[in-house]
Design a protein around this ligand. Structure first.
Ligand code: ZN
Length: 135
């Protein structure tokens, strides 16, 4: 399994406010999207080869809203891109790594799955397999 750091995600109360903070470091705001079913607005800033992802809850009933309530704004998860997410999950599971998602689900950029923070020294880890346009 080979993984590449794809993005670092922060839980924030307001995407525009957080974007202004990170633009001070020369990061460039890219697209913002709304994931209705998960109740989140998601903003991306490009940071060289990887991205900063900003997660703003739209409703109080999702995991990011609960995270903000418990811990305030800050690091929410890191994401590694893998070539084959099903193979990666099978390999990690066979090694006894604690998964949250046994099966990948559709996310903002392709198929994603989360590993338990216990598997990442207290940091929630997301894996993503991006949908690359065909040749
Ligand atoms: Zn993410």
């Amino acid at each position: 399994m080979k993984a590449k750091l794809d993005h670092v995600a922060l839980a924030v109360r307001n995407i525009e406010e957080a974007t202004a903070v990170y633009e001070q470091f020369g990061l460039e705001a890219a697209e913002t999207c709304t994931m209705e079913e998960s109740g989140l607005r998601i903003g991306f800033l490009s940071a060289g080869g990887s991205q900063l992802e900003l997660l703003e809850p739209l409703r109080p009933d999702n995991t990011v809203a609960r995270f903000l309530e418990r811990r305030g704004e800050g690091l929410h998860h890191i994401c590694f891109e893998v070539e084959d997410i099903r193979a990666a999950l099978a390999e990690l599971s066979a090694r006894g790594v604690e998964l949250i998602d046994r099966e990948p689900r559709p996310g903002a950029e392709g198929l994603t799955a989360f590993l338990h923070p216990r598997a990442g020294k207290g940091v929630l880890i997301e894996l993503v397999q991006k949908e690359h346009p065909g040749p």
